[in-house]
Design a protein. Structure first.
Length: 288
């Protein structure tokens, strides 16, 4: 059982959980993830340790409230409560070496996963610029990134104030690709890295490849066990089948079959929407 030491909403639909998890805090490296099962009858979801302290034994996870599990965690878990399982660290650490000048991009909550990698790249002597593109009320880790890297840029798109879940994602994609193009035109980068929805990763990759710059992408297909057993996180990279949980999550963007990845990411949308609607009905009706 993993005690929640701190829980707070840090931006619209973004929740910060500081959790006692010494076995993860003692071993985790930037780029790795954990699989969390918060409730006894709940699904297992992959999340990224954003910060950690090996001596004190805690990790910080930040969740974007997206569907049933992240919503139930936000609604039902309180400081002092316990999370059932935190398995990990899983996946391969990000490649840590001197690349030179790096542009590390996070779209939406992707900045959360970008944070530990960008910070570590800066610490070993790379010149790191981070770019966060998201909706206006969803900016997170701004001060932390300003302290952690050489330059941090935030680009936001406004949302309709009557909506609690923005829908104009195309505006974010447009801002993202325009900003990346401007940045690549102005400066020479040795590496571009990105975490975010697969459609946005592909849109950015299409810009980056015009400039011929190496690009790495952290891929986030559906994961269940996180250990290479279930096959749900299958991706095609360099014409071969890979499992993002054990072969990744970081891959060479030039080798990724983006069409397959994007098609597979929509497989469970109907089921996920149904699960969320049923959960909303249950909490509005007072039951589980
Ligand atoms: C390696 C990795 C690290 C991640 N780190 C973070 C993080 O630090 N913070 C964060 O907010 N999100 C992170 N995610 C995404 C996170 O796992 C999903 O947001 C979460 O599973 C959504 O669950 P849900 O029930 O709330 O939504 P659902 O309704 O179940 O799903 C909504 C969408 O989330 C994605 N998703 C759902 N289940 C999974 C799953 N098991 N594996 C991968 N994607 C899924 C799909 O795109 C889906 O369409 C990460 C994903 C991966 C693969
Ligand atoms: S999550 Fe099951 S094989 Fe990767």
């Amino acid at each position: 059982m993993y005690k929640i030491l701190e829980k707070k909403e840090i931006a619209m639909r973004n929740v910060w959980y500081k959790i006692q998890a010494p076995h993860v805090a003692g071993k985790v490296k930037p780029g790795q993830f954990v699989i969390v099962r918060a409730f006894s009858n709940g699904e297992r979801i992959p999340l990224t340790p954003v910060m950690w302290d090996a001596e004190e034994g805690w990790i910080v996870l930040i969740t974007f409230i997206r569907g049933k599990t992240t919503m139930k965690m936000a609604a039902e878990l309180k400081e002092g409560d316990y999370i059932l399982n935190v398995a990990g660290p899983l996946g391969n650490p990000a490649e840590m070496k001197k690349f030179g000048k790096i542009l590390a991009i996070g779209a939406y909550t992707g900045i959360v996963e970008t944070f530990p990698i960008a910070k570590a790249w800066h610490e070993i002597g790379n010149y790191v610029t981070t770019l966060h593109v998201t909706f206006e009320p969803m900016v997170v880790l701004k001060e932390e990134l300003e302290r952690a890297v050489d330059s941090h840029i935030v680009e936001t798109v406004p949302i309709d104030p009557n909506l609690d879940f923005p829908t104009n994602m195309k505006n974010v994609t447009k801002r993202l690709t325009e900003t990346v193009r401007e940045m690549l035109e102005k400066e020479d980068y040795d590496l571009v890295f990105m975490v975010g929805p697969a459609g946005d990763q592909r849109a950015v990759f299409n810009v980056v490849k015009e400039f011929g710059i190496p690009m790495k992408a952290d891929l986030h297909p559906i994961m269940v066990d996180g250990t290479g057993m279930c096959g749900s996180c299958r991706v095609t990279v360099g014409g071969e089948v890979k499992f993002a949980c054990i072969d990744g999550p970081e891959f060479d963007a030039y080798q990724v079959d983006w069409d397959v990845l994007i098609a597979r990411s929509g497989y469970y949308t109907d089921m996920e929407q149904r699960a969320m609607q049923e959960y909303m009905k249950a909490i509005q009706g007072g039951g589980e």
